[in-house]
Design a protein around this ligand. Structure first.
Ligand SMILES: O=C(O)c1cc(C(=O)O)c2c(n1)C(=O)C(=O)c1cc(C(=O)O)[nH]c1-2
Length: 578
């Protein structure tokens, strides 16, 4: 999309959720740098008026800021000269959708192109608004919230289409990605994550996958063959993460989530193509290549985390790479053009459910005692690391083209996992497991680390311990900074060359699960972040839950959070003093 590309090319804007289409979360701005960031101050703040978890970030386009909130998904357009709210859009949504959302009523943010703001409501309505007036231009029905098909993902504009996904892996929703025409809102293509080839937009002869050390066609019914009966119809593989796009090959990349139910005995087989990296042609949606990271998931390791596109050296060879930090604890580097698997190494040293990834088959080698399904349901498998929320969840990492390293917010949490038999009832939770989570034993003392990762070698270069999981998206800048938020509520900026050198720290009003962003206005650089505790890690506070196994096991794991922060959505904007 030429218009969006021109907005991205100007580093004064923050025109996409990740700053660009490669999902790099890197800014060329450098007024705020390692030498002066210590003097940074709060320039202004804004309360969103919504209490639950605030993910994503605002967009900034040509002097206007566009802010979103969790359910009820309000949108504010703010003039950065006056900080006046120029327009607001407050959709009317049936509050019954709140109970259909697994991991808080989060929303990961807006998209922009050609004078339009795209809003993906929780009730699955996709809306295009006039960026000047806030008037609705079109709306499209993307899924049925009564069946648990809700939305939390940000829409993404690539070319002349706006892409959106679906949530509801815990309701037996069959995942898909849908592409709508940005001008008319008409559905152009829809690609399911499971099922018959024609509904998955898979060509049995042309869609390839990593097989015995090389790429080979997936063959006929590659998904259907890996499910028992019709289980694929309620088989999950939802698509609520961040998508990326390479214009050079017109390819969109995203990941699919867990297979439903969480009770593995009810769905023998590899359950393709849940837990999969998808590379699709943006015009037609046809799958070019696919790679399943966690066949027959037994831990809820959704594969939806962002795919970061970067040109790096992999084992000494310049490579057009795709880098992905999966929930399962492995950091993957693939050739983004061919789909070949190049590197798969643990980015969390405490991962114990698999010893390694067999580089020939691409399959993780599961440790029998951490297989939660091997003995059938009603057996509690103890001490699996990481927990279901993964060594990293949706909080996106950044790539710094100067250091050539990836900056990754991580979780150090383990779990006990007990599956049970569950029947599918349309519109009801379809989970089938009881979980308890707890901080990783013998960790560095905290529940997360911020790490710098060499994706060409598959090695942690540096690691900065944090008290809680780092559930905030990172930002790197040409000023040599790497910035992220913490669950206690600190915005931190560290030296990208030495991440243990904390150069700036400020306690915002609530825990941070939003993503750090930056922009320039009237010659001044600003760094900003949403605070507002929630998401899966903060679900206890956000939804008022108390039993340790509630919130799918997260309530007990993060019980200490309440000693450090409380609810409340706000935006904090930082700048150097005048
Ligand atoms: O399977 C799904 O459809 C689905 C949806 C979501 C979501 O939409 O937020 C999450 C998850 N799963 C999930 O497994 C998960 O760890 C998670 C964390 C969060 C969050 O925002 O903190 N959402 C979700």
């Amino acid at each position: 999309n030429a218009d969006l590309e021109s907005k991205i090319a100007n580093p004064k804007n923050w025109a996409m959720q990740a700053g660009d289409m490669f999902n790099q979360r890197y800014s060329k701005l450098k007024q705020i740098n390692t030498g002066n960031v210590g003097k940074m101050q709060v320039a202004w703040t804004f309360s969103t008026g919504v209490l639950r978890g605030h993910e994503g970030s605002p967009l900034v386009i040509d002097g206007m800021m566009y802010l979103h909130t969790p359910f009820p998904n309000k949108v504010f357009a703010m003039d950065l000269d006056t900080q006046k709210i120029v327009w607001r859009y407050e959709p009317k949504q049936d509050p019954s959708v709140i109970a259909q959302m697994c991991c808080d009523t989060v929303y990961r943010g807006l998209a922009y192109a050609e004078g339009k703001i795209f809003l993906q409501q929780a009730d699955s309505t996709l809306v295009a608004l006039d960026a000047k007036t806030g008037k609705q231009i079109w709306s499209a029905v993307n899924g049925d919230p009564k069946l648990g098909a809700v939305n939390t993902n940000a829409p993404h504009v690539f070319g002349d289409k706006v892409l959106t996904g679906i949530s509801g892996g815990e309701w037996g929703v069959r995942g898909f990605v849908a592409a709508y025409d940005i001008n008319s809102g008409k559905l152009v293509w829809k690609a399911y994550s499971t099922g018959p080839d024609n509904e998955m937009l898979i060509d049995p002869d042309k869609t390839v996958t990593w097989t015995d050390g090389k790429m080979a066609p997936v063959g006929k019914d590659s998904s259907l063959k890996t499910w028992k009966g019709d289980q694929w119809k309620i088989g999950g593989g939802t698509t609520w993460g961040w998508y990326s796009y390479d214009k050079a090959t017109n390819t969109v990349y995203y990941g699919t989530g867990n297979p439903s139910t969480w009770n593995p005995s009810q769905r023998p087989g590899d359950n393709k193509w849940s837990m999969t990296i998808m590379a699709r042609d943006m015009n037609t949606g046809m799958a070019k290549w696919v790679y399943q990271m966690t066949p027959h998931d037994e831990w809820d390791f959704d594969g939806i985390n962002e795919m970061i596109l970067a040109d790096i050296d992999v084992k000494g060879k310049p490579t057009k790479a795709l880098v992905h930090f999966d929930r399962n604890g492995f950091g993957y580097t693939l050739d983004r053009v061919s789909g070949e698997l190049l590197v798969a190494e643990k980015y969390d040293p405490k991962v114990n459910w698999a010893t390694h990834v067999d580089m020939k088959t691409g399959r993780p080698q599961v440790v029998a005692k951490y297989s939660t399904g091997q003995n059938g349901p009603d057996v509690n498998t103890k001490g699996v690391c990481p927990a279901a929320l993964g060594s990293k969840d949706q909080q996106p990492a950044s790539f710094d083209p100067n250091t050539k390293l990836f900056y990754v917010p991580t979780n150090h949490v383990c779990m006990d996992y007990e599956p049970f038999e569950v029947s599918y009832v349309a519109g009801q939770p379809y989970v089938g497991a009881t979980l308890s989570m707890f901080p990783t034993p013998d960790s560095h003392g905290g529940m997360g680390n911020f790490i710098a990762w060499d994706a060409g070698k598959g090695k942690i270069v540096q690691s900065k311990p944090e008290k809680f999981s780092v559930w905030s998206g990172a930002l790197n800048t040409a000023g040599g900074l790497s910035c992220f938020g913490t669950l206690e509520g600190y915005l931190k900026c560290v030296d990208a060359k030495n991440i243990n050198k904390e150069l700036y720290k400020f306690k915002t009003p609530s825990g941070i699960i939003g993503n750090v962003f930056t922009y320039e206005h009237k010659g001044k650089q600003y760094i900003g972040v949403f605070s507002g505790i929630g998401g899966w890690a903060g679900i206890g506070m956000a939804a008022g839950l108390e039993k340790p196994t509630e919130g799918l096991g997260a309530v007990g794991g993060y019980r200490e959070l309440a000693d450090y922060t409380q609810l409340g959505g706000s935006l904090t904007i930082f700048a150097l003093p005048n």
